[in-house]
Ligand binder design. Structure first.
Ligand code: KG4
Ligand code: ZN
Length: 356
Protein backbone atom coordinates (compact mmCIF):
# COMPACT_ATOMS: atom_id res chain seq x y z
CA UNK A 1 0.00 0.00 0.00
CA UNK A 2 1.42 3.37 -1.07
CA UNK A 3 0.53 6.46 0.93
CA UNK A 4 1.24 10.04 -0.10
CA UNK A 5 2.12 12.12 2.97
CA UNK A 6 1.76 15.91 3.14
CA UNK A 7 3.32 18.00 5.92
CA UNK A 8 3.13 21.80 6.34
CA UNK A 9 2.92 22.37 10.12
CA UNK A 10 5.78 24.86 10.42
CA UNK A 11 8.31 26.15 7.86
CA UNK A 12 8.89 22.98 5.80
CA UNK A 13 6.66 22.16 2.82
CA UNK A 14 7.01 18.40 2.48
CA UNK A 15 5.55 15.52 0.49
CA UNK A 16 6.62 11.87 0.41
CA UNK A 17 5.51 8.45 -0.73
CA UNK A 18 6.01 5.50 1.63
CA UNK A 19 5.08 1.88 0.94
CA UNK A 20 3.57 -0.25 3.72
CA UNK A 21 4.71 2.20 6.40
CA UNK A 22 8.34 1.11 6.05
CA UNK A 23 9.76 1.62 2.55
CA UNK A 24 10.77 5.13 1.52
CA UNK A 25 9.93 5.77 -2.15
CA UNK A 26 10.45 9.54 -2.04
CA UNK A 27 10.81 12.40 0.43
CA UNK A 28 10.81 16.00 -0.77
CA UNK A 29 11.27 18.92 1.63
CA UNK A 30 11.27 22.60 0.62
CA UNK A 31 12.18 24.82 3.54
CA UNK A 32 11.49 28.54 3.90
CA UNK A 33 14.14 28.65 6.65
CA UNK A 34 16.35 31.19 4.81
CA UNK A 35 13.48 33.69 4.78
CA UNK A 36 13.13 33.40 8.59
CA UNK A 37 16.83 33.52 9.50
CA UNK A 38 17.08 37.28 9.82
CA UNK A 39 14.16 37.30 12.29
CA UNK A 40 15.78 34.62 14.49
CA UNK A 41 12.68 32.39 14.33
CA UNK A 42 9.78 31.34 12.11
CA UNK A 43 7.43 34.17 11.03
CA UNK A 44 4.01 32.49 10.62
CA UNK A 45 2.75 34.71 7.78
CA UNK A 46 5.92 34.22 5.72
CA UNK A 47 5.79 30.46 6.33
CA UNK A 48 2.16 30.23 5.15
CA UNK A 49 2.86 32.21 1.96
CA UNK A 50 5.88 30.04 1.19
CA UNK A 51 3.78 26.88 1.57
CA UNK A 52 1.30 28.19 -1.01
CA UNK A 53 4.12 28.68 -3.53
CA UNK A 54 5.83 25.35 -2.80
CA UNK A 55 3.03 22.85 -2.22
CA UNK A 56 2.12 21.86 -5.81
CA UNK A 57 5.70 21.47 -7.10
CA UNK A 58 6.68 19.55 -3.94
CA UNK A 59 3.81 17.06 -4.33
CA UNK A 60 4.56 16.62 -8.06
CA UNK A 61 8.23 16.02 -7.29
CA UNK A 62 7.42 13.46 -4.57
CA UNK A 63 5.21 11.49 -6.97
CA UNK A 64 7.83 11.76 -9.72
CA UNK A 65 10.72 10.58 -7.55
CA UNK A 66 8.60 7.67 -6.32
CA UNK A 67 7.86 6.84 -10.00
CA UNK A 68 4.17 6.87 -9.15
CA UNK A 69 1.16 8.29 -10.87
CA UNK A 70 -2.10 8.88 -9.05
CA UNK A 71 -3.42 5.40 -9.87
CA UNK A 72 -0.59 3.93 -7.72
CA UNK A 73 -1.53 5.96 -4.63
CA UNK A 74 -3.82 4.19 -2.14
CA UNK A 75 -4.42 7.07 0.26
CA UNK A 76 -3.37 10.54 1.40
CA UNK A 77 -2.15 11.32 4.93
CA UNK A 78 -1.86 14.92 6.08
CA UNK A 79 -0.75 16.71 9.24
CA UNK A 80 -3.79 18.40 10.78
CA UNK A 81 -1.97 19.68 13.90
CA UNK A 82 -0.34 20.78 16.07
CA UNK A 83 1.37 23.66 14.29
CA UNK A 84 0.92 27.15 12.86
CA UNK A 85 -2.67 27.57 11.68
CA UNK A 86 -1.86 29.34 8.40
CA UNK A 87 0.75 26.71 7.56
CA UNK A 88 -1.48 23.76 8.45
CA UNK A 89 -4.31 25.18 6.32
CA UNK A 90 -2.25 24.98 3.13
CA UNK A 91 -1.42 21.29 3.61
CA UNK A 92 -4.88 20.28 4.77
CA UNK A 93 -6.71 22.16 1.99
CA UNK A 94 -4.35 20.67 -0.62
CA UNK A 95 -4.90 17.17 0.77
CA UNK A 96 -8.68 17.65 0.90
CA UNK A 97 -8.77 18.90 -2.69
CA UNK A 98 -6.62 16.03 -3.96
CA UNK A 99 -8.67 13.47 -2.01
CA UNK A 100 -11.81 14.77 -3.74
CA UNK A 101 -10.54 15.12 -7.29
CA UNK A 102 -8.40 11.96 -7.27
CA UNK A 103 -10.97 9.99 -5.23
CA UNK A 104 -8.54 8.83 -2.50
CA UNK A 105 -9.18 8.15 1.20
CA UNK A 106 -7.87 10.92 3.45
CA UNK A 107 -6.16 10.31 6.83
CA UNK A 108 -5.41 13.24 9.15
CA UNK A 109 -2.45 12.67 11.51
CA UNK A 110 -0.91 14.23 14.59
CA UNK A 111 2.47 15.76 13.73
CA UNK A 112 4.11 14.90 17.07
CA UNK A 113 2.98 11.28 16.96
CA UNK A 114 4.18 11.00 13.36
CA UNK A 115 7.76 11.92 14.38
CA UNK A 116 7.97 8.50 16.10
CA UNK A 117 6.85 6.70 12.89
CA UNK A 118 9.99 7.92 11.10
CA UNK A 119 11.86 5.20 13.04
CA UNK A 120 9.73 2.53 11.28
CA UNK A 121 11.17 3.45 7.88
CA UNK A 122 13.77 0.75 7.44
CA UNK A 123 14.13 0.34 3.68
CA UNK A 124 14.48 2.54 0.66
CA UNK A 125 13.64 2.33 -3.03
CA UNK A 126 16.72 1.51 -5.18
CA UNK A 127 15.86 4.55 -7.36
CA UNK A 128 16.60 6.97 -4.47
CA UNK A 129 20.15 8.14 -3.74
CA UNK A 130 21.19 5.97 -0.82
CA UNK A 131 22.42 8.76 1.48
CA UNK A 132 20.01 7.70 4.22
CA UNK A 133 21.17 5.97 7.41
CA UNK A 134 18.09 3.97 8.26
CA UNK A 135 17.60 1.79 11.34
CA UNK A 136 18.30 -1.85 10.53
CA UNK A 137 15.45 -3.18 12.69
CA UNK A 138 11.99 -1.84 13.35
CA UNK A 139 11.21 -0.72 16.91
CA UNK A 140 9.47 -3.32 19.08
CA UNK A 141 6.45 -2.51 21.27
CA UNK A 142 6.16 -1.40 24.00
CA UNK A 143 8.19 1.56 22.76
CA UNK A 144 9.52 4.27 25.03
CA UNK A 145 9.65 7.39 22.83
CA UNK A 146 11.42 10.62 23.64
CA UNK A 147 9.98 13.24 21.28
CA UNK A 148 12.14 16.36 21.13
CA UNK A 149 11.47 19.17 18.69
CA UNK A 150 11.05 22.92 18.39
CA UNK A 151 7.54 22.75 19.82
CA UNK A 152 7.48 19.56 21.91
CA UNK A 153 9.38 17.69 24.57
CA UNK A 154 7.74 14.56 25.91
CA UNK A 155 8.21 10.98 26.99
CA UNK A 156 5.54 8.63 25.63
CA UNK A 157 4.97 4.90 26.10
CA UNK A 158 3.46 3.24 23.01
CA UNK A 159 1.75 -0.14 23.50
CA UNK A 160 0.96 -0.23 19.77
CA UNK A 161 0.40 2.17 16.87
CA UNK A 162 -2.05 4.81 18.09
CA UNK A 163 -2.12 3.28 21.61
CA UNK A 164 -0.04 5.39 23.90
CA UNK A 165 0.30 7.06 27.26
CA UNK A 166 2.13 10.37 27.72
CA UNK A 167 4.42 9.89 30.74
CA UNK A 168 5.48 13.52 30.98
CA UNK A 169 5.87 16.64 28.89
CA UNK A 170 7.40 20.07 29.21
CA UNK A 171 5.65 22.50 31.53
CA UNK A 172 6.92 25.51 29.59
CA UNK A 173 9.36 25.71 26.64
CA UNK A 174 10.34 22.85 24.36
CA UNK A 175 14.01 21.87 24.28
CA UNK A 176 14.42 22.90 20.61
CA UNK A 177 12.85 26.27 21.36
CA UNK A 178 15.37 26.79 24.19
CA UNK A 179 18.19 26.04 21.72
CA UNK A 180 16.74 28.54 19.24
CA UNK A 181 16.40 31.30 21.90
CA UNK A 182 19.86 30.73 23.42
CA UNK A 183 21.41 30.75 19.93
CA UNK A 184 19.77 34.12 19.25
CA UNK A 185 21.20 35.45 22.54
CA UNK A 186 24.68 34.28 21.55
CA UNK A 187 24.37 35.76 18.05
CA UNK A 188 24.31 32.31 16.40
CA UNK A 189 22.14 31.55 13.35
CA UNK A 190 18.68 29.98 13.37
CA UNK A 191 17.92 27.07 13.86
CA UNK A 192 19.74 27.01 17.17
CA UNK A 193 20.23 23.25 17.60
CA UNK A 194 22.85 22.72 14.89
CA UNK A 195 24.55 26.12 15.43
CA UNK A 196 24.91 25.57 19.19
CA UNK A 197 26.23 22.05 18.56
CA UNK A 198 28.94 23.51 16.27
CA UNK A 199 29.86 26.36 18.63
CA UNK A 200 29.92 24.05 21.67
CA UNK A 201 32.72 21.98 20.09
CA UNK A 202 35.12 24.86 20.80
CA UNK A 203 33.88 25.34 24.39
CA UNK A 204 34.19 23.87 27.87
CA UNK A 205 30.90 22.28 28.96
CA UNK A 206 31.83 22.57 32.65
CA UNK A 207 32.65 26.31 32.46
CA UNK A 208 29.26 27.40 33.78
CA UNK A 209 27.17 25.53 36.31
CA UNK A 210 23.58 25.75 35.02
CA UNK A 211 20.62 24.37 36.99
CA UNK A 212 18.49 21.27 36.32
CA UNK A 213 14.77 21.61 37.21
CA UNK A 214 13.24 19.68 40.08
CA UNK A 215 9.85 18.48 38.80
CA UNK A 216 7.03 16.85 40.77
CA UNK A 217 6.39 14.35 37.95
CA UNK A 218 9.78 12.73 37.42
CA UNK A 219 9.10 12.43 33.68
CA UNK A 220 8.08 16.07 33.18
CA UNK A 221 10.45 18.62 31.67
CA UNK A 222 11.12 22.34 32.00
CA UNK A 223 13.36 24.59 29.92
CA UNK A 224 12.38 28.18 30.69
CA UNK A 225 14.45 28.29 33.91
CA UNK A 226 17.53 27.06 32.06
CA UNK A 227 17.02 29.68 29.35
CA UNK A 228 16.82 32.43 31.99
CA UNK A 229 19.88 31.02 33.75
CA UNK A 230 21.87 31.36 30.50
CA UNK A 231 20.69 34.97 30.18
CA UNK A 232 21.67 35.82 33.79
CA UNK A 233 25.04 34.10 33.40
CA UNK A 234 25.74 36.01 30.17
CA UNK A 235 24.75 39.33 31.76
CA UNK A 236 27.01 38.59 34.72
CA UNK A 237 29.89 37.59 32.43
CA UNK A 238 29.58 41.01 30.74
CA UNK A 239 29.24 42.81 34.12
CA UNK A 240 25.80 44.07 33.14
CA UNK A 241 22.65 44.33 35.27
CA UNK A 242 19.67 41.92 34.96
CA UNK A 243 17.66 44.40 32.88
CA UNK A 244 20.36 44.61 30.18
CA UNK A 245 18.70 43.54 26.88
CA UNK A 246 19.51 40.01 25.70
CA UNK A 247 19.88 41.08 22.04
CA UNK A 248 22.86 43.31 22.91
CA UNK A 249 24.81 40.58 24.73
CA UNK A 250 26.28 38.86 21.69
CA UNK A 251 28.32 41.99 20.84
CA UNK A 252 29.89 42.02 24.33
CA UNK A 253 30.59 38.32 24.90
CA UNK A 254 34.02 37.07 23.85
CA UNK A 255 34.41 34.08 21.48
CA UNK A 256 35.45 31.91 24.43
CA UNK A 257 32.52 33.02 26.59
CA UNK A 258 30.10 32.22 23.74
CA UNK A 259 31.60 28.79 23.14
CA UNK A 260 31.61 27.98 26.89
CA UNK A 261 28.02 29.16 27.30
CA UNK A 262 26.91 27.13 24.26
CA UNK A 263 28.66 24.00 25.59
CA UNK A 264 27.42 24.41 29.18
CA UNK A 265 23.84 25.08 28.02
CA UNK A 266 23.88 22.10 25.65
CA UNK A 267 25.14 19.79 28.40
CA UNK A 268 22.49 20.95 30.90
CA UNK A 269 19.68 20.78 28.30
CA UNK A 270 20.60 17.25 27.23
CA UNK A 271 21.33 15.98 30.77
CA UNK A 272 17.67 16.51 31.58
CA UNK A 273 16.62 14.43 28.55
CA UNK A 274 19.16 11.68 29.17
CA UNK A 275 18.43 11.41 32.89
CA UNK A 276 14.64 11.11 32.45
CA UNK A 277 14.82 8.74 29.48
CA UNK A 278 17.22 6.46 31.32
CA UNK A 279 15.11 6.33 34.49
CA UNK A 280 11.92 5.64 32.45
CA UNK A 281 13.80 2.89 30.68
CA UNK A 282 14.88 1.29 33.97
CA UNK A 283 11.36 1.45 35.38
CA UNK A 284 9.43 0.30 32.30
CA UNK A 285 11.83 -2.06 30.48
CA UNK A 286 10.48 -1.20 27.00
CA UNK A 287 11.00 -3.40 23.93
CA UNK A 288 12.68 -0.44 22.17
CA UNK A 289 13.63 3.16 22.80
CA UNK A 290 12.98 5.66 20.00
CA UNK A 291 14.38 9.18 20.01
CA UNK A 292 12.38 11.33 17.58
CA UNK A 293 11.97 14.94 16.41
CA UNK A 294 14.35 17.60 15.13
CA UNK A 295 16.59 17.63 18.22
CA UNK A 296 17.19 13.87 17.75
CA UNK A 297 19.41 14.89 14.81
CA UNK A 298 22.00 16.09 17.35
CA UNK A 299 25.18 14.01 17.38
CA UNK A 300 25.96 15.20 20.91
CA UNK A 301 22.56 14.02 22.25
CA UNK A 302 23.02 10.65 20.54
CA UNK A 303 26.45 10.25 22.15
CA UNK A 304 25.22 11.22 25.64
CA UNK A 305 22.31 8.73 25.38
CA UNK A 306 24.61 6.01 24.11
CA UNK A 307 26.86 6.48 27.17
CA UNK A 308 23.94 6.24 29.59
CA UNK A 309 21.36 3.81 28.16
CA UNK A 310 21.80 0.06 28.57
CA UNK A 311 19.63 -0.66 25.46
CA UNK A 312 20.70 1.22 22.31
CA UNK A 313 18.14 3.78 21.14
CA UNK A 314 16.70 3.72 17.61
CA UNK A 315 16.90 6.88 15.47
CA UNK A 316 15.60 7.76 12.05
CA UNK A 317 18.05 9.24 9.55
CA UNK A 318 18.74 12.88 10.59
CA UNK A 319 16.83 14.05 7.47
CA UNK A 320 13.78 12.14 8.75
CA UNK A 321 14.20 13.47 12.33
CA UNK A 322 13.51 17.08 11.32
CA UNK A 323 10.13 17.82 9.74
CA UNK A 324 9.33 15.70 6.68
CA UNK A 325 6.33 13.98 5.10
CA UNK A 326 7.64 10.40 5.11
CA UNK A 327 6.79 10.15 8.81
CA UNK A 328 3.28 11.41 8.01
CA UNK A 329 2.82 8.83 5.24
CA UNK A 330 4.09 6.08 7.58
CA UNK A 331 1.61 7.01 10.32
CA UNK A 332 -1.13 7.19 7.65
CA UNK A 333 -0.37 3.55 6.75
CA UNK A 334 -0.59 2.44 10.38
CA UNK A 335 -3.94 4.24 10.69
CA UNK A 336 -5.27 2.35 7.65
CA UNK A 337 -3.96 -0.97 8.93
CA UNK A 338 -5.42 -0.29 12.39
CA UNK A 339 -8.87 0.15 10.84
CA UNK A 340 -9.21 3.95 11.18
CA UNK A 341 -11.96 5.26 8.91
CA UNK A 342 -10.96 7.99 6.45
CA UNK A 343 -11.92 11.60 7.18
CA UNK A 344 -14.55 13.52 5.22
CA UNK A 345 -12.56 15.54 2.65
CA UNK A 346 -15.34 18.15 2.53
CA UNK A 347 -15.12 19.03 6.22
CA UNK A 348 -11.69 18.11 7.68
CA UNK A 349 -10.34 21.05 9.68
CA UNK A 350 -6.89 21.90 11.00
CA UNK A 351 -6.26 21.72 14.74
CA UNK A 352 -3.28 23.97 15.64
CA UNK A 353 -3.47 22.98 19.34
CA UNK A 354 -3.86 19.21 18.79
CA UNK A 355 -2.11 17.31 21.56
CA UNK A 356 -1.16 13.68 22.05
O1 KG4 B 1 10.96 18.49 14.50
P1 KG4 B 1 11.43 19.80 14.00
O2 KG4 B 1 12.09 19.84 12.64
O3 KG4 B 1 10.26 20.84 13.97
C1 KG4 B 1 9.28 20.87 14.97
O4 KG4 B 1 8.34 20.04 14.92
O5 KG4 B 1 9.46 21.70 15.88
O6 KG4 B 1 12.43 20.38 15.11
C2 KG4 B 1 13.03 21.63 14.97
C3 KG4 B 1 13.97 21.84 16.14
C4 KG4 B 1 14.59 23.23 16.16
O7 KG4 B 1 14.36 23.81 17.43
C5 KG4 B 1 16.07 22.97 15.91
O8 KG4 B 1 16.90 23.89 16.63
C6 KG4 B 1 16.25 21.55 16.40
O9 KG4 B 1 15.05 20.90 16.08
N1 KG4 B 1 17.35 20.86 15.72
C7 KG4 B 1 18.44 20.41 16.35
C8 KG4 B 1 19.29 19.87 15.33
N2 KG4 B 1 18.67 20.01 14.14
C9 KG4 B 1 17.48 20.61 14.39
N3 KG4 B 1 18.76 20.44 17.63
C10 KG4 B 1 19.97 19.94 17.98
N4 KG4 B 1 20.86 19.44 17.09
C11 KG4 B 1 20.57 19.37 15.76
N5 KG4 B 1 21.45 18.87 14.89
ZN1 ZN C 1 8.27 18.41 14.03
Amino acid sequence: MKILGIETSCDETAAAVVEDGEKLLSSVVASSIDLHKRYGGVVPEIAARSHIEAINPVIDKALGEAECDWSDIDGIAVTRGPGLSGSLLVGVLSARTLAIIKNKPLFPVNHVESHVCAAFITSISPTLTPDYYLPTTKPKFPILALIVSGGHTQLVLFEGHGKYQVLGRTHDDAVGEAFDKVAKMLGLPYPGGPSIEQKAKQGDETAYDLPLPDMKNKYAFSYSGLKTAVLRTAQQACSKPFDFPSYQLSELLSRKQKADLAASFQRAAFEQLVHKTSSACKQLSPGSIVIAGGVAASGKLRKMLEDKLTTPAIYADPKLCTDNAAMVAALGFYKVSGGTRPADPYSLEVNPALSM
